[in-house]
Design a protein around this ligand. Structure first.
Ligand SMILES: Cc1cc2nc3c(=O)[nH]c(=O)nc-3n(C[C@H](O)[C@H](O)[C@H](O)COP(=O)(O)O)c2cc1C
Ligand code: SF4
Ligand code: SF4
Length: 270
């Protein structure tokens, strides 16, 4: 079994790992002494789409679990580009889609499912998981630390249950129905569809706050931030993952908002 993810602040990676570990534990319990009954759960490997061997690993697998963060009820541009630029690797793959979100997506899993189906994948199910909001420079969805910690505990519980059902052959079907499609479309996508259609050039780096540490350059999955003479400069290839905003030690980076309200990464909530 191969797990694949894109994750800005760690939520989608964490949920994928919980899901796959729980599946494997359940499979081991069911197999008992007879290890030959482990089947596809004998080996589990996980790859970020940022890893250059991810496409090869997907090509070699017959079954996949893919996890990603919803952006405006849509798929991050970096993930769309990954799927489309490797369109030959999806045919015949059985895929379970996990979408993580701060509040609501309608058809988060359905969005990616439809794109993968276009290239021949067969969708086995979908899971929606509510996690801490990653938009570090917007107040709207901010919750107190304890509330976020509880949210992650609840998310872990839900994911473990979904994994048990998956191994039992009853995978959840969240976000895949026609009604979910309508909810995603009218809930957000129609109003915000242009936000994720292209990469953005809107990332701002406050030169007065920046100390030139280079962390943002190292973290960015798009190589959208370049260091020059201890000065960080952003380009027009930002996929809005919010990794740099949430990890800059000087809170010098913003994207949608004007100032960093709270830096959010999964490790804070575990
Ligand atoms: C640009 C952007 C747009 C987002 N849009 C939505 C949204 O439409 N609905 C929602 O529930 N959460 C939304 N979120 C929140 C993330 O989906 C959520 O925090 C996710 O778990 C982050 O996962 P990650 O750490 O794997 O990147 C958005 C986050 C970002 C950065
Ligand atoms: S992480 Fe922040 S302080 Fe460090 S170089 Fe980037 S913007 Fe500057
Ligand atoms: S510039 Fe920041 S928010 Fe944009 S893609 Fe790079 S790390 Fe993500």
């Amino acid at each position: 079994m191969v797990g694949v993810y894109f994750s800005g602040t760690g939520n989608s990676k964490y949920i994928l790992e919980v899901f796959l570990k729980s599946c494997q534990e359940k499979a081991v319990a069911l197999a008992g002494e007879d290890k030959s009954r482990l089947g596809k759960w004998e080996s589990v490997m996980t790859f970020s789409i940022e890893n250059e061997v991810a496409a090869e690993a997907i090509k070699a697998a017959s079954e996949l679990v893919i996890s990603y963060p919803v952006q405006y009820s849509n798929i991050p541009k970096i993930l769309v580009d990954f799927v489309v630029s490797h369109q030959e690797i999806w045919a015949g793959k059985k895929v379970f889609v996990i979408a993580t979100m701060g509040l609501f997506s309608g058809d988060g899993a359905g969005m990616l499912a439809r794109l993968l189906q276009k290239y021949g994948a067969v969708i086995s199910g979908g899971l929606h998981v509510k996690m801490p909001d990653s938009i570090g420079d917007e107040k709207a969805l901010k919750r107190p630390l304890e509330v976020n910690k509880q949210l992650v505990r609840d998310a872990k519980m839900k994911t473990k249950q979904a994994a048990e059902q998956f191994v039992d052959g009853r995978p959840l079907q969240e976000g895949l129905s026609f009604m979910s499609h309508l909810a995603g479309l009218f809930g957000q996508r129609l109003y915000f569809r242009n936000k994720t259609r292209n990469y953005t050039d809107k990332l701002k780096i406050d030169a007065d706050k920046c100390i030139g540490c280079g962390k943002c350059e190292q973290l960015c999955p798009m190589k959208n931030i370049i260091m020059n003479n201890k000065t960080a400069t952003s380009g027009d290839k930002c996929t809005m993952c919010y990794r740099c905003v949430n990890q800059c030690p000087k809170q010098a980076i913003t994207l949608l908002g004007k100032r960093v309200v709270e830096q959010s990464i999964i490790e804070k909530y575990l």
